[in-house]
Design a protein around this ligand. Structure first.
Ligand SMILES: Nc1nc2c(ncn2[C@@H]2O[C@H](COP(=O)(O)OP(=O)(O)OP(=O)(O)O)[C@@H](O)[C@H]2O)c(=O)[nH]1
Ligand SMILES: [Zn+2]
Length: 293
């Protein structure tokens, strides 16, 4: 039998298969191989003794370690246009990490009833990223986001107060998330350990409830090596092979086609600024690692 793991707690796995939900154990062989099944994994399992046991983990299309989640298709970054103000550096870090991991990034700007998200949206649309603008008070825009989630495994992230639960409520009233108190409702208190869990959507697909995402700390997360960073800013691709120096870092060199494109208004300044900041951070990490080994 084949299914997808929707919950993984203490060596016990909940597997959603076409004919029902199964509680499974994992075979010892996974421990020896040092891979363990995680939420989002597609697995083969079979009846064994009184219960069921996972036999095989199918190849993963993507893998996140913190929070542990396999086969994520979409990472949806929710940012409000005001209260709290959007943080383009954080947004660009998330997007780059998603690109690096082979997960499609999607951006949702909320609170467009208070302030237009058009200018911000254009920055990301011009980079070829899917952008949605939502007014969660009227629910406008949520149907488009919902349509995109169909048949996909998605996770939502964004700072506290940006309107994630409002948006999720507009799309899936059956989830009954308490706006403004989602933390309490889902037991996100300091003393509760929470686990990743997948919710099945009526139209097909899953949404991951991920404790690690709302307070997503990118520094502790994955730092992208500086050589790989430009490749995670998709709109740089048209320029990076036109620089004067083949080893151009695209941060300050003369004859850098990326910098020329920024000056010409072809690449948004804020995206470039984020790139330079992340490049500096990546550089420090490498030197630090080097000194310590
Ligand atoms: N005007 C306006 N207010 C919104 C919108 N979206 C959310 N809000 C309000 O912003 C506040 C925070 O919204 P939530 O949906 O709880 O935000 P959240 O991202 O889930 O926050 P956490 O649970 O802390 O992670 C609430 O008071 C919402 O009513 C919007 O599009 N427009
Ligand atoms: Zn360059």
């Amino acid at each position: 039998m084949t299914g997808i793991i929707t919950k993984a707690i203490g060596g016990l796995y909940t597997v959603d298969a076409s004919d029902g939900i199964y509680e499974c154990n994992a075979r010892g062989v996974f421990r020896k191989k040092k891979i363990s099944p995680m939420c989002g994994d597609r697995v083969n399992f079979k009846a064994a003794g009184e219960g069921f046991v996972i036999e095989e983990i199918l190849p993963r299309s993507s893998e996140l370690i913190r929070p542990p989640l396999a086969n994520l298709d979409l990472l949806v970054f929710v940012s409000s246009t005001v209260e709290p103000r959007p943080n383009t550096l954080l947004l660009d870090k998330f997007i780059a990490i998603a690109e690096f991991k082979g997960i499609r990034p999607v951006v949702v700007f909320t609170k467009v009833d208070k302030q237009s998200g058009a200018e911000l949206a254009e920055i990301y649309r011009s980079a070829g990223i899917d952008v949605f603008e939502c007014d969660n008070v009227t629910g406008e825009g949520s149907a488009e986001v919902k349509a995109m989630l169909q048949g996909k495994l998605s996770a939502f992230t964004g700072n506290t107060g940006v309107g994630k639960s409002s948006l999720l409520n507009n799309m899936f009233p059956e989830l009954e998330l308490a706006t403004g108190e989602i933390s309490k409702k889902l037991g996100r208190g300091r003393h509760t350990t929470r686990h990743v869990q997948l919710y099945k959507l009526e139209g097909g697909g899953y949404i991951a409830d991920t404790p690690g995402f709302s307070s997503f700390d990118t520094n502790r997360y994955d730092i992208i090596f500086k050589e790989k960073l430009a490749g995670c800013f998709v709109e740089f691709a048209d320029y990076t092979d036109k620089c004067r120096f083949p080893d151009c870092s695209h941060t300050k060199e003369k004859g850098c086609a990326v910098i020329e494109a920024v000056k010409a208004g072809e690449i948004p300044q804020s995206r470039f600024d984020s790139y330079v900041q992340m490049y500096e951070e990546a550089k420090q990490l490498k030197e630090w690692e080097y000194k310590n080994d």
